[in-house]
Ligand binder design. Structure first.
Ligand SMILES: NC(=O)c1ccc[n+]([C@@H]2O[C@H](COP(=O)([O-])OP(=O)(O)OC[C@H]3O[C@@H](n4cnc5c(N)ncnc54)[C@H](OP(=O)(O)O)[C@@H]3O)[C@@H](O)[C@H]2O)c1
Length: 232
């Protein structure tokens, strides 16, 4: 049994928990307010889900998911996450997070900053360009499902979509590729982390996050991205 530790059980974290449980993973959910605030959601998810402190969720995890934005002052459970793959789905949003000149200039990606924050873990950027909420424009009843669930398809389906994975570590890319497959997605490897600006907010592939894109479209859209340093 594989356990996914979800640190930050908001819109993204709780939806990922739902998808992971349906795919046969155990999940341990955490937030900054304590496990007692997550009893309801973990009960709804069933026996494969539980709630814990951030430290205990990180310790229980075979791999982890950080479902909150990057903040330089964060104190993350680095001992408990040491040696583990940590998925970072953050999108750098200046209006929400403030601005980091080193990211704006293209010198580093926000995911490299997260890697510096957790030097003993292996950061993987993934899931940052699939919506964890309903489609804003509801055309059919299925549009009320979060896109992560609505767009999922079994392997080989003609309309299967693909998601991006970026890391400095091949084994971590392989782990997330298997996880994507279990959740109903193909993967496109856009490594290393320093290349992950290609899937940042506003890029051609990111603008296709509502209804997704297949592997070929995703590869083409990643190639079309303009480096942030090119903006001056
Ligand atoms: N929502 C989407 O569709 C979507 C899509 C792609 C990427 N993302 C990315 O996913 C991340 C989360 O977005 P969201 O929409 O899920 O936000 P959200 O609904 O606000 O969820 C964030 C959660 O993280 C928890 N949290 C905050 N700081 C924490 C900490 N230090 N330790 C543990 N838990 C903490 C918060 O709960 P407490 O306040 O109780 O701790 C909250 O439940 C963002 O980086 C966003 O860019 C979101």
């Amino acid at each position: 049994m594989t356990t996914l530790g979800i640190l930050g059980a908001g819109q993204a974290g709780s939806t990922l928990a739902r998808a992971a449980v349906a795919a046969g993973y155990d999940v341990v959910l955490a937030n900054s307010r304590g496990p007692e605030t997550l009893v309801e959601i973990s009960c709804q998810l069933g026996s494969r889900a539980s709630a814990a402190s951030v430290e205990d969720a990180a310790a229980a995890a075979d791999f982890a998911f950080i479902g909150f934005p990057y903040t330089p002052s964060h104190r993350l459970p680095d001992d408990e996450l040491a040696g583990k793959v940590v998925i970072d789905n953050n999108n750098y949003m200046v209006w929400r997070d403030g601005n980091f000149p080193v990211v704006d200039s293209g010198l580093k990606t926000v995911h490299e900053l997260r890697q510096e924050q957790l030097p003993r873990s292996t950061i993987v950027k993934a899931f940052s360009h699939v919506q964890f909420h309903a489609r804003f424009e509801v055309r059919t009843p299925r549009d009320r499902e979060p896109a992560l669930l609505r767009l999922a398809r079994p392997a080989g389906a003609p309309d299967r979509k693909a998601l991006v994975v970026s890391s400095d570590d091949l084994a971590a890319v392989e782990l997330v590729t298997r996880f994507y497959d279990d959740l109903g997605y193909d993967a496109v490897d856009n490594s290393p982390l320093s290349e992950s600006w290609r899937s940042a907010p506003g890029t051609p592939m990111w603008r296709r996050s509502i209804d997704g894109q297949n592997r070929e479209e995703l590869i083409r859209n990643l190639e079309r991205a303009a480096h942030p340093g090119a903006h001056g």
